[in-house]
Design a protein around this ligand. Structure first.
Ligand code: ADP
Length: 737
């Protein structure tokens, strides 16, 4: 294969540009030529200058842009064979042998049909004399790979579509803002979000913002008088002290008879039945717009890279392959399987088989729905008669991570809903020693879902010597049956120490579960920790501003980010901002690297470069500090460029948690409470940590944690994201080597 093309089609989605950039650069680095087909299938039909070769630099500076710079369109003519005939002719004339389509299920269906018809189309073009016999004989079926670009997250074959995370950022920011004005006036708001057949945005938006009611197409409200039920719940909420009521509704929401539920209907109901001053906010295209989130940029970059690799496999000729993601693994699935399942959900909704629709959406969707339904309650459910009322403590330990509050709220409410008595232990293990322990009720954690910081307080104190006796006494005093630690390495180490002393202190023989929450993402037993996504987005936002400030002058910025000895934040933020170079402790920094990098930068500035960006992990090298690098680059850059440094510091731990961190924290908290409830009466209760590994939520025995930890550098021995270095290196080049 010599030449391929990329196009974006259907509704645009933030992250499409990052995918185009990645496809172009990955293809060129593999020795392929790559064309952009402008305006989706319309450009394919029109040909001419709508199909253009792109070079490395053509896709510079687009990573952070929303929308799609190569244009997207809906093209009805492509739905007809005649249109596809013209498209095939243009592809043949342009010598295109492989296609990467970035779009929704409609766009990918179009590609599938084109591929199936290809032989017939070529035959017809030959017979009508539009292509010569010779050219017709040379034609092979084009390889096709699809990337799902859609903010709705409505397609099977990927857990996340390009743009969905960014759309959630917009929704969460809007609902957080609305909540404050709603509370000031004691108003009700109906917020309508996108999603005709898919309630993903509405459900996750509600879960992340702690909204009071949510209506999604997959699971319409139950009962003849669902309106009455909703009103009763919202009224109860008011009586319990809520200052606002927020209802999130997906645009495709329906009742159980299949009739649309409109925002206006909800507003009318709330006004007539409850006398509530109610406003409607339809978020509309705001959800599509703006700069992509860090997650969408990196996801798209990874998908684009794998798309080029997949295009070169025979499988892509038999049938289009969809490149998707599961956890943080990139997956490949035949398109038919993805389409069939996607359509099955739409069909199930249409035929009002809602149990099936929910089941088809997959485990985590249903789990999130159940959790959301519990969290939005005004009071906990009545405890089941067979459920023992356990007493569970919740504690933080380690550095501050955005999402800690969200996790505490979820843990406390989900525990109370099971009939447990929930205690907050303030000030980490120091507070545990001092007996700084307090019972929490349902409303005491209201409003915590969206706030940064840690209301319970956190620090890095690790208990030693006499502390264990004091902790054991407090466990006995409060009769704790289980402990949930939400925090970082200090918390893990504290629990490991407690676990070692179980024989000396029988009080420690209770289920203890650690939930990963640290911006550093340096914990064993999980691919991701709560807080890292927020920190990454904060870094990416600031670097965006720094880049803007620097374009006017020829300048290189050295940005130092946190992470202790773990390079996750440095690596991921470098990828998401298009940095030229990233320095990680994992790779080491040698003088030779620095000299090479200065030379490379100088060369680029000589060729017209205006801005250089280097990201370094705070502990990349003890002696080659940020100051040292600054001085070296400044001196060696001579008159070509000047150098500035930015040490980002504690802003990385601040801010309200990102949608992902809120959702992840909530799901993990739910599993933590279940773990304690399920294991407290087993013969051998254990201490474990919970995490997400390759997309699955799993637990790991605490005594196995030390083996997985590089204890000198306090990071996991194996780090999944290290395998992305090759990709990051390719993307960061100013021109291929
Ligand atoms: P999305 O890709 O976001 O689902 P659409 O469903 O509007 O958006 O599809 C985008 C374009 O893909 C359409 O305008 C059309 O050109 C093409 N397309 C969609 N469905 C088909 C189909 N069944 N056959 C051929 N082309 C199609």
């Amino acid at each position: 294969m010599k030449r391929i093309a990329v196009l974006t089609s259907g509704g645009d989605a933030p992250g499409m540009n990052a995918a185009v950039r990645s496809v172009v650069r990955s293809a060129i680095s593999k020795g392929l030529e790559v064309c952009a087909i402008y305006e989706g299938y319309e450009g394919m039909l029109e040909g001419g200058d709508r199909i253009k070769l792109l070079n490395w630099r053509d896709v510079g500076g687009i990573l952070q842009q929303g929308g799609t710079v190569i244009g997207s369109a809906r093209c009805d003519k492509f739905r007809e064979r005649d249109g596809r005939l013209r498209a095939a002719l243009n592809l043949i004339r342009s010598g295109i042998e492989g296609l990467i389509i970035i779009g929704g299920d409609g766009s990918l269906t179009g590609a599938h049909i084109l591929q199936k018809e290809w032989t017939g189309l070529v035959k017809e073009l030959r017979e009508s004399g539009r292509i010569s016999d010779e050219i017709a004989d040379e034609q092979e079926i084009p390889a096709i790979v699809g990337l799902v670009g859609s903010i709705d997250n409505d397609m099977h074959g990927t857990e996340m579509t390009i743009g969905a995370d960014t759309a959630l950022h917009r929704i969460v920011a809007a609902v957080d803002a609305i909540t404050s004005t709603a509370a000031s006036h004691q108003r009700s708001f109906v917020v309508e979000v996108m999603g005709r057949h898919c309630g993903y945005l509405a459900l996750m938006g509600a879960l992340a913002t702690g909204s009071d009611w949510a209506i999604i197409p997959e699971c319409p409200p139950e009962g003849d008088d669902w309106e009455g039920k909703m009103c009763a719940a919202l009224k109860e909420g008011r009586e319990a002290g809520r200052r606002d009521s927020i209802v999130i509704i997906a645009e495709g929401a329906r009742d159980r008879s299949g009739n649309p539920i409109t925002s206006q209907h909800i507003k009318d109901i709330l006004e007539t039945r409850l006398g509530e001053d109610t406003r409607i906010t339809v978020l509309g295209h705001v959800q599509r717009g703006g700069s992509p989130s860090a997650y969408d940029r990196n996801l798209s970059t990874r998908l684009g890279y794998d798309a080029v690799k997949a295009l070169l496999t025979p499988a892509a000729i038999a049938e289009p392959i969809v490149i998707g993601v599961k956890g943080n693994m990139i997956t490949r699935t035949p398109l038919t399987a993805c389409l069939n399942k996607t359509w099955e959900v739409a069909e199930a909704i249409k035929s009002r088989d809602y149990d099936r629709a929910m089941a088809l959406r997959g485990g985590s969707f249903g789990e999130s729905f159940t959790i959301a339904r519990t969290l939005l309650r005004v009071f906990p459910s009545m405890p089941k008669s067979n459920q023992k009322s356990l007493r569970i403590g919740v504690i933080h330990s380690g550095g501050l991570a955005p999402g800690m509050n969200t996790a505490v709220r979820a843990a406390i409410r989900l525990g109370l809903d099971k009939g447990f008595v929930m205690y907050g232990i303030r000030n980490g293990f120091r507070g545990f020693v001092d007996g700084n322990i307090e019972e929490f009720d349902w409303m005491s954690v209201a409003g915590l879902s969206s706030t940064g910081g840690a209301e319970l307080g956190t620090n890095r104190y690790i208990p030693s010597r006499g502390d264990f006796y004091a902790i054991a006494q407090n466990i006995e005093k409060y009769n704790l049956d289980g402990l949930v630690m939400i925090g970082g390495l200090a918390g893990y180490q504290s629990v490991i120490e407690m676990n070692k002393r179980r024989e000396s202190f029988p009080a420690f023989k209770i289920p203890i579960i650690c939930m990963p929450a640290t911006i550093n993402n340096n914990l064993p037993g999980t691919d991701l920790s709560v807080g890292a996504d927020t920190a990454l987005n904060s870094i990416v936002e600031v670097i965006g501003k720094i880049k803007q400030s620097a374009v006017a002058s020829q300048r290189t910025f050295i940005v130092e980010v946190m992470g202790k000895y773990c390079g996750y934040l440095a690596m991921m933020s470098a990828m998401a901002t298009g940095a030229e170079r990233v320095y990680l402790h994992e790779e080491g920094v040698m003088l030779k690297n620095l000299v090479d990098d200065v030379e490379k930068l100088s060369q680029d500035f000589r060729r017209g470069k205006r801005l250089g960006l280097i990201v370094r992990n705070e502990k990349a090298n003890e002696l080659y500090t940020t100051d040292f690098m600054h001085a070296l680059f400044e001196e060696e850059g001579h008159d070509l460029f000047d150098v500035r440094q930015a040490v980002l510091g504690h802003m990385q731990q601040g801010g309200d948690p990102s949608p992902f961190d809120r959702i992840f924290a909530t799901r993990l908290a739910s599993r933590c409470i279940n773990f304690v409830g399920d294991t407290f009466d087993s013969d051998e209760v254990t201490a474990v940590c919970i995490g997400q590994i390759e997309g699955r939520i799993e637990t790991l025995e605490m005594d196995r944690v030390p083996r997985k930890l590089d204890d000198k550098h306090m990071r996991p021995k194996k780090q999944w994201w290290m395998k992305m270095r090759e990709l990051a290196r390719i993307m960061a080049q100013s021109e291929p080597d």
